[in-house]
Write a protein that binds this ligand. Sequence first.
Ligand code: CP
Length: 329
Amino acid sequence: MQTFLHGRDLIGDLDFTKEEVETVLDVAFDLKRKRALNEPHAYLRDKVLAMLFFFSSTRTRGSFEAGIAQLGGHGAFIESRTTQIAHGDTPKEIGEIFGRYYDGIAIRHVDWGVGNKYISEVAKYSRVPVLNMQCDIYHPFQILADLMTIVEKKGRDLRRKKMVVSWAYAASYQKPMSVPQSLILQMPRFGLDVTLVHPPEFRLMPEIMDQAEAEAKKYGAGFEVISDPDGMEKAFKDADIIYAKSWGAMVHTPDPEEGAKIIKKYSHWITDERKMALAKPDAIYMHPLPADRNIEVTDGVIDGPNSVVYDEAENRLHAQKAVMALTMG
Ligand code: CP
């Protein structure tokens, strides 16, 4: 167990070592147990977290705000449009000034090519931990909750379990690629054999792919990539975990209109009962939500017996409380 995470930022998934992530999991399970037993756990009494949002949220806002309150502190919900950021406050001002008011700064900024740079710049000037509530590259807290959920459903020894990270069709908007990128970085460290599958235009960032491959090699896990207009069925075969969600074609084209046109070619990339039947009978279905119901995934799958999406959403609370307690305490 690693016991000194005080003052640390969590921006990219690999910012914490595997042992540090194990510590987060241990603390998260303990906090989940304490909440179930109604045991007080005010490890952050009088501490305040700034929660700065440049993009909408249901789960991230709810779980961070409830989590800091349950730890005895307070979450200040700040929408960027209500600040002076549009009138000249730079990331330096946010890091320097919020770092003097608050005990932690959590930021969501998913704009392609902008979000991660913004959060990293704030961190450069902040004297308190900076937590990434999702950027254009990473969604580390989602993945900690996902890992916790996988451990609950499949046990702590995940070696040789097959996890499919699949692109899925959704026409609502070009969603960030932070979830699949964070999944392929974190999951191989815990022994999962990851199969990434997507149509050719939906490839992930090359530097993230290189890092994921290196992590898989380091931890003796498999990492297979299927880039095929009809690859979903092949990938789902004999899977233990299906994690299928949509993301945009930003690496292929920076033009959102062209990206939207490309997405339309792949409406058959829906997770339905027929495709789920290709996976193992006890395979779990995961999605970070929000999902485009009956477009990205059928009601039958997302509401069916193999779906763990609400446990996944709940675990956001426990995983985030663990990181806040460890870094801000
Ligand atoms: N999964 C997730 O981050 O949900 P929100 O966008 O609602 O925060």
